[in-house]
Design a protein around this ligand. Structure first.
Ligand code: UDP
Ligand code: MG
Length: 319
């Protein structure tokens, strides 16, 4: 038997926490009773700088029930960093971790299958949603399109998989050896390698509260994913530049021919259109290159990805 830690990042989740903790505890106890995991297994809530009562609730849970632990970050660091902080804090206490969102959108019952696959030899088990019925068509369209674009750009990400996944301890050790500051876990985890498998589940609606990913955050997350995994956009810029150069040479030849055959006109429209088109393209190109330079800048600073303020672990280890 091995020890499982379930890691749950929480940002202003006071509405869902009572239900989430109840259901997770039931699942954990069922697994322990079924002799699938050891009684040392735990549920760890990571408080990502919440402004509501989330952390007080986590403290209360920890006091009432030894199966609950808490990690409090020093401020809001974002979902990916909160998740990483949780995983890295508990890594050495367990054999496997499962990460999931606090809002019960991920199906808790998929945990059994994940654990089975772990015992069958998988180091990473991806939770993959098999439908998007609970999403609006806009979210469905953009999300699925996004996965496809990422594939084209050469990033090896698992289709329709979010951050519901099981990772073994050695996979976590692998993850820790990726020093980059701009992290997009979905893209990095497949790079670790090791045997992996998928578990399919039906994703439901958020149990309560609001999404912590408004459109603006979502767009920046999507952009983060692309630019931290692929440099192809820069190559595309060069290709577009080359293409435009070719077109301009053809235009030049064409204009010369027209000139020498004495048919020149006052080409106001074409002039103005090309000026705007080229100007726009240039700005876009500089912008994209700037994004990458900005990333390089952040990486060279090598700032910590998260800072843990408190860890409510088992008593003999902490406090
Ligand atoms: N989250 C976090 N820090 C943040 C934003 C979100 O830890 O800055 C957590 C949040 O509490 C939840 C998970 O990340 O457990 C996913 O967020 P949410 O469910 O709001 O995203 P959605 O499912 O709408 O994409
Ligand atoms: Mg959610």
């Amino acid at each position: 038997m091995e020890t499982l830690y379930i890691v749950v990042p929480c940002y202003n989740e006071q509405e869902v926490l009572p239900e989430t903790s109840k259901r997770l505890l039931e699942k954990l106890c069922a697994l322990i009773d079924g002799k699938k995991i050891t009684p040392e297994s735990r549920i760890v809530f990571v408080n990502d700088g919440s402004k509501d009562r989330t952390w007080q609730m986590i403290e209360e849970l920890h006091q009432q029930e030894r199966f609950f632990q808490g990690v409090c970050l020093s401020r809001n660091m974002g979902h990916q960093n909160a998740l990483l902080a949780g995983l890295m804090t508990v890594k050495d206490h367990c054999d496997m971790t499962i990460s999931m969102d606090a809002d019960l959108q991920d199906d808790i019952n998929a945990i059994d299958a994940m654990v089975e696959k772990y015992y069958a030899g998988c180091d990473v088990v991806y939770g993959v949603r098999d439908n998007r019925d609970s999403d609006t068509w806009f979210k469905k369209f953009t999300a699925e399109g996004y996965y496809k674009v990422m594939k084209h750009l050469g990033a090896d990400i698992v289709f329709n998989h979010a951050d519901f996944r099981l990772m073994s301890r050695r996979a976590l050790d692998g993850l820790r050896s990726f020093p980059e500051v701009n992290i997009f876990l979905r893209g990095i985890v497949p790079m670790i390698g090791y045997p992996s498998d998928k578990v399919f589940y039906k994703r439901s609606e958020r149990f309560a509260g609001e999404s912590k990913y408004p459109l603006k955050k979502m767009l920046s997350f999507a952009w983060e994913g692309i630019t931290s995994l692929s440099t192809k956009p820069i190559r595309m810029i060069s290709m577009v530049g080359g293409g435009i150069f070719l077109v301009s040479i053809i235009m030049l030849i064409y204009s010369l021919v027209r000139y020498f055959t004495g048919e020149t006109e006052i080409g106001w429209t074409s002039t103005i259109v090309s000026i705007w088109a080229i100007g726009g393209l240039q700005l876009l190109a500089i912008g994209i290159i700037g994004e990458y330079i900005g990333k390089v800048y952040l990486e060279t600073k090598n700032r910590p990805k998260y800072i843990v303020q408190t860890y409510l672990g088992d008593d003999e280890e902490n406090n």
